[in-house]
Ligand binder design. Sequence first.
Ligand SMILES: [Cu+2]
Ligand SMILES: [Zn+2]
Length: 175
Amino acid sequence: MKKVSILTLIFISAILASCTGNNDKEIAHSKLATTADGKDIGSAKFFLLGDGKIKMDLEISYPERADSTVAVHFHEHGDCGNMGENTHGHWNPTKEAHGKWGSAAYHSGDIGNIQLDAKGHGTITVTTDRWSVQKNDMKNIIGRGIIVHGGTDDYTTQPTGNSGPRVGCGVIVKN
Ligand SMILES: [Cu+2]
Ligand SMILES: [Zn+2]
């Protein structure tokens, strides 16, 4: 019996070690909520990587939107009031056209479309040098809004991608 417990402890320690085995530092986050009634629909976490890039892990849990696509963008202002309209337009520090992430031209917060499964769950990870958390840096993402749209980004229509209503919203906050 004692042998089993010790083995179990060793096993649990190994699992814990592997879970915390990365050195990425979480530097910012955002809680996403519905614009209509403030219901929690997910979150974004931002990590500073060893090479200076920032990685975002964004997760959506939105049963009402199961089996659909939602478009996600960073918008200019971190104010989710007025059904998300107070975030204004897409954050666009590089003065480019709206487009698909990684294409020839796109806004620095054009995350794009996320497919939600039968439970309304979906994730996306973006790693980039287009973001920072430095004050007075035009790449600073702190205080920007994240908008979840009820439609699909066509990656073409300017300057919005014709992404539909603003169904979810969050503000990027420094940790
Ligand atoms: Cu948007
Ligand atoms: Zn855009």
